[in-house]
Every structure is written in structure tokens, then in C-alpha cells.
Design a protein around this ligand. Structure first.
Ligand code: NAP
Ligand code: MG
Length: 407
């Protein structure tokens, strides 16, 4: 230990560290103490995104942390509470503060990429999936920013666009002969382009094929515009680099994509429009086994990265913890958030030891579970004959023991 302290890996640029809430905040501390600080001279710029601090700063701390991420390029984030009515009372909040993830995503103009962590013994429901499928979800517009009308009875519905000079463009939607419903949705070229660039950039970064699918045969203007923007940006800015790396950009219809995904072995990025991404990410996560094994990274079109776990603050475990009861919360996705960020920092700052440490810590997590030591929810889905179920801290300590053998 003394020797390790002396030879700790040095960093040059700080990581933006965004602390969070509840059980994941407890794990955050344990991960730093057991798995990071003994080995790395950790440089971070710390932002406390715990709900108390967000409330005390009128949520300015969230905005500051996002701006710091734009400045330094890499952040690691703990799960945070998105306030609802119950949290207003629980934390005596001044306001129902917005989701930090939403605020950060808006400032970074980012796209979220989610991928499962695969371990032997936890078998995906889809038998052929031997590599992770990464879902990229466009997080702007479509039905999530819709305008709706409940049509009471007969009448004509039109789509009207009024240009700044007053010129109107009209399209008939439907001549209603009775009651019905209407929905208006939109998207912007700017948002679709950012989404496309984040996807192409991340494909290059992770050397994986990129698939994209919409329903352009039916939606000849709306969905077709998504298809066209992706193709134009690909041809103009990314095609050469994709070819150099031997990776592919592949467009197909959404129903064809679904069939191909199920028959595939995985190992690619699947870019989805907002609604498709909402549905497909839950399907993919469930099929790979466990929410606590999903990683998540927000990537901006300019190449700024924010790493986190896909799961929330694991509130139910936290309340047990507060009552002094034992918890068995899986810290792997949060550890992978740290290693993702440290590896990226190492890559940007040319610190091979930092990248190698991140790889070894990832391996240590996987090997520990494959060796039969795991948390309760993993044991429930593992094919391991006699899994040893550890509590939250014991599991992190077991990972540390494995790590020591790899260093
Ligand atoms: P959650 O924290 O993801 O937990 C839901 C359930 O999934 C848990 O009760 C637990 O099941 C299981 N689980 C999730 N992660 C686990 C882990 N690491 N180890 C073991 N089991 C795990 O979702 P939630 O309870 O709906 O939300 C709690 C809070 O998190 C909310 O305030 C929400 O706003 C916030 N949230 C934040 C983010 C984010 O910051 N990215 C994302 C989602 C939700 P069992 O209880 O059955 O063991
Ligand atoms: Mg959903």
C-alpha cells in the first residue's frame, strides 16, 4: 500500500467529477477509496450534483458542471435524483428542479450511447448475441415535443407553416366526419445533424459499424430527411475514415433493422430516432440481462464525453442502508463510468498507464463475477453453480483483490 501510494499514476488534466445521490453516492465514495485513490493520483474538478446542493445553488451547480465538461472534455457522473412531488417534500425543495441529465445534455448538445457489460455466466435472452449492442438514442423532438388536439367532431385539420415573411404553406391532414385525434411533431436540421455527427464520431472512436433505420418509405419527408442528413454528413465528413478503419455505415428500414438485430451477433452501434430509442434501449437492456450492467456515455458532436451508469440512484437499497441493513448493490456500471472517463482522459493526454489501469479495472470486475463472486441481483440471473453473494462493500473489495493480481 505504501509503495502503491508512492507510485500512483499521475494525471495531467482534471476529470470533471459529478457526485450524485442515495445508494450510488455511497458506492461512489467506496469506489474512490478502494479502487482509485490507492492507484491514481486522482485529479478531479468536483461538482456536487446531490439534490441538496442542487437545491442550495438553485441548480447552478449542474450548469457549472456541464460548462466544466465543455472546458475539459471528459466527465464522470454519479446517478442523481430527478425530483418529483415526493422528493419536493423529502428534500424540502425550493423548486422541482429539472433532470440533471436533461440539463447537461442540452448544454453539451449530446447523444447518449448505452451498452451492456457482458460476463460469462449471464447469458443474453437472444442466444446469438455474443457482443454488446450499443444503442444511440436521438434525444430531441418527435412525439416528445408534440402538440396534440382531441378533435370533438366533424371539421378540417390542416398543417400550416407561416414563414417569417408571412407566407403560408398548408397541407390537408384530414377531413374529419366525426370525433378523432391530431398530433403535430417536429425536428430540426441542427439537432439531427448533431445526432448524426455524435454517432459517426462514436463509431470511429469505438471502431464499430453504425446502423441507422427509420420508416422513410412511409414518411417520405419527415423520416426521409433523417436518412438524407445522415447520408450527406457521412459522405462529406466520415466516409474516408470509416473505410480506413474497415467499419461500415449501414442504413435500412426500421422493421428490417429489428429483424437483423435479433439475428446478429451484436458488436455494432444502432442509432435510433427518439421513440425507437426509448423502446429499443429497454428491449436491448432487458435482453442482455440486467439494468445494473448497462453503461451510458453522453457524446457531443464536438467530441466531449460524459460517462455514467444507466441505472438510477437505487433508492430502495439506500433506504435499507439508512436503516442499518445490509445492501448488495452492484457497482460495476458505476466503476465502468470511472474507467471509461479515465481511459478517455489517458487517451487525450497520452498517459498509457492510465488507459492500461482502466482496462485492468474493467477486467477485474468481469473476472470477479466470472469467478463466482457477485451481488444479489447478478446471482439471481447467473448460471454459476454456487455464486458467493457479497454485500456492496465486500463486492468492491473482491474486485480490488482481483485487480491486485492483474497489476
Ligand atoms: P433505479 O435506481 O435504477 O433502480 C430500480 C431497481 O433496479 C432497484 O430498486 C433495483 O432492484 C434495481 N437496480 C438498479 N440498479 C441496481 C444496481 N446497481 N444494483 C442492484 N440493483 C439495481 O431506478 P428507480 O428506483 O426507479 O429510481 C431511483 C432514482 O434514480 C429516482 O429518483 C430517479 O429519478 C433516479 N434516476 C436517475 C438516473 C440517472 O441519474 N441517470 C437514471 C434513472 C433514474 P431491487 O430493488 O429489486 O433490488
Ligand atoms: Mg424508457
Amino acid at each position: 500500500m505504501a509503495e502503491q501510494t508512492m507510485n500512483r499514476i499521475q494525471m495531467t488534466t482534471p476529470l470533471v467529477e459529478m457526485d450524485g445521490d442515495e445508494m450510488t453516492r455511497i458506492l461512489w465514495r467506496m469506489i474512490k477509496d478502494e479502487l482509485l485513490l490507492p492507484y491514481i493520483d486522482l485529479k478531479t474538478e468536483y461538482y456536487d450534483l446531490g439534490l441538496e446542493c442542487r437545491n442550495a445553488t438553485d441548480d447552478q451547480v449542474t450548469v457549472d458542471s456541464a460548462n466544466a465538461t465543455l472546458k475539459y472534455g471528459v466527465a464522470v457522473k454519479c446517478a442523481t435524483i430527478t425530483p418529483n412531488a415526493a422528493r419536493m417534500t423529502e428534500y424540502n425543495l425550493k423548486e422541482m428542479w429539472k433532470s440533471p441529465n436533461g440539463t447537461i445534455r442540452a448544454i453539451l448538445d449530446g447523444t447518449v450511447f448505452r451498452a451492456p457489460i457482458l460476463v460469462k455466466g449471464i447469458v443474453p435472452y437472444v442466444g446469438k448475441w455474443s457482443k454488446p449492442i450499443t444503442i444511440a438514442r436521438h434525444a430531441y423532438g418527435d412525439v416528445y415535443k408534440n402538440t396534440e388536439i382531441k378533435v370533438p367532431g366533424p371539421g378540417r385539420a390542416e398543417l400550416v407553416f407561416t414563414a417569417e415573411d408571412g407566407t403560408e404553406t398548408r397541407e390537408l391532414i384530414h377531413n374529419f366526419t366525426g370525433a378523432g385525434i391530431l398530433q403535430g411533431i417536429h425536428n430540426t436540421e441542427k439537432s439531427i445533424s448533431s445526432f448524426a455527427r455524435a454517432c459517426f464520431g462514436y463509431a470511429l472512436d469505438t471502431r464499430q459499424d453504425l446502423w441507422f433505420a427509420t420508416k422513410d418509405t412511409i414518411s417520405k419527408k419527415y423520416d426521409h430527411t433523417f436518412k438524407d442528413i445522415f447520408q450527406e454528413i457521412y459522405d462529406a465528413e466520415y466516409k474516408t475514415r470509416f473505410e480506413e478503419l474497415g467499419i461500415e455505415y449501414f442504413y435500412t428500414l426500421i422493421d428490417d433493422a429489428v429483424a437483423r438485430v435479433i439475428r446478429s451477433e451484436g458488436g455494432f452501434i444502432w442509432a435510433c430516432k427518439n421513440y425507437d430509442g426509448d423502446v429499443m434501449s429497454d428491449m436491448v437492456a432487458t435482453a442482455y440481462g440486467d439494468l445494473s450492467m448497462m453503461t451510458s456515455v453522453l457524446v457531443s458532436p464536438s467530441g466531449v464525453y460524459e460517462y455514467e451508469a444507466a441505472h438510477g440512484t437505487v433508492q430502495r437499497h439506500y433506504y435499507k442502508h439508512l436503516k442499518g441493513e445490509e445492501t448488495s448493490t452492484n457497482s460495476i456500471a458505476t466503476i465502468f463510468a470511472w474507467t471509461g472517463a479515465l481511459r478517455k482522459r489517458g487517451e487525450l493526454d497520452h498517459i498509457p498507464e492510465l488507459m492500461s489501469f482502466a482496462d485492468k479495472l474493467d477486467q477485474a470486475c468481469i473476472k470477479t463475477v466470472e469467478g463466482g463472486k457477485m451481488t444479489r441481483s447478478l446471482a439471481a440471473i447467473s448460471t454459476c453453480e454456487k455464486p458467493v453473494i457479497l454485500n456492496s462493500l465486500e463486492f468492491i473489495q473482491a474486485i480490488r483483490e482481483t485487480l491486485e493480481t492483474l497489476l
